[in-house]
Design a protein around this ligand. Sequence first.
Ligand code: ADP
Ligand code: MG
Length: 287
Amino acid sequence: MSIIAENIKYVYSEGTPFVTVALDNVNMTVEKGDFLGIIGHTGSGKSTLIQLFNGLEMPAEGKIIVDGVSVGEDKKKLKNIRQTVGLVFQYPEYQLFEETVAKDVAFGPLNLNLSQDEINSRVKEALELVGFDYNKIKDLSPFDLSGGQKRRVAIAGVLAMKPDYLILDEPTAGLDPAGRNELFSQIKKLHGKGNFTVVLVSHSMEDIAKLVNKVIVLYKGKIHMKGTPKEIYSQSEELKRIGLGVPQIAEIVLELNKRGFNIKNDIINVEEATAEILKEIRRRKNV
Ligand code: ADP
Ligand code: MG
């Protein structure tokens, strides 16, 4: 089970003076169970790429294969793929429109020919998955919720479709730090339960480092780097060269090493960095 992108090219406004090659020669795989981060700055092609994953857009060249089925080859299978690959757009709360939270979350499942009982139980389960008390939230208006809560309702709407893949486009954009932490911890839990393969799109290294087990760096529509967070952060000079920030702690290690320290360069958490820095200071005192 996987989503495979094979030699993908995607072009906007083909045949006009505004032609933009948004993706070029992209090859990658999302394996079942992955917690994959796609990182790159604005315009690098992140949103375009994930919209290909469920057939919302079709590539100019190449193929997307979801669980063995080539997207778009069989129109009848497209509905199934859209349900398997759940896409949460950037600022998904703009798509909330029903008068209650429960109705909003039920909107997708209503199109699946399910019984009312099944719909109700999916709505309840989805809202609980994103950390709500179902009875407290179900009859509220989505518009009375905080930014972070609205976003969790929008994610519940996608979860209620029971996707295998949950793809989130900059899910914490515009949230305050508390809302951001809350949402990231919910997403981490969703992945931890083992029911979802998660793809997290972000332009922030800091956010991705702590969560994912694989990183893809997009740069100008191409895959620039691929690897575990440690493999990626050990190349912090290159990340900086292409204008992506590195986690603050990686930055500190990089600067210390420039000044003659000799600390492992793949550290991504503060505890490990502290231990390594202390070890290095002690070593230097003894020589
Ligand atoms: P990201 O999500 O990483 O910011 P996008 O996939 O949105 O990147 O954009 C990739 C490239 O495609 C950018 O150069 C962007 O300007 C261009 N682009 C995105 N959407 C459109 C569109 N609807 N029409 C024309 N060009 C677009
Ligand atoms: Mg985007």
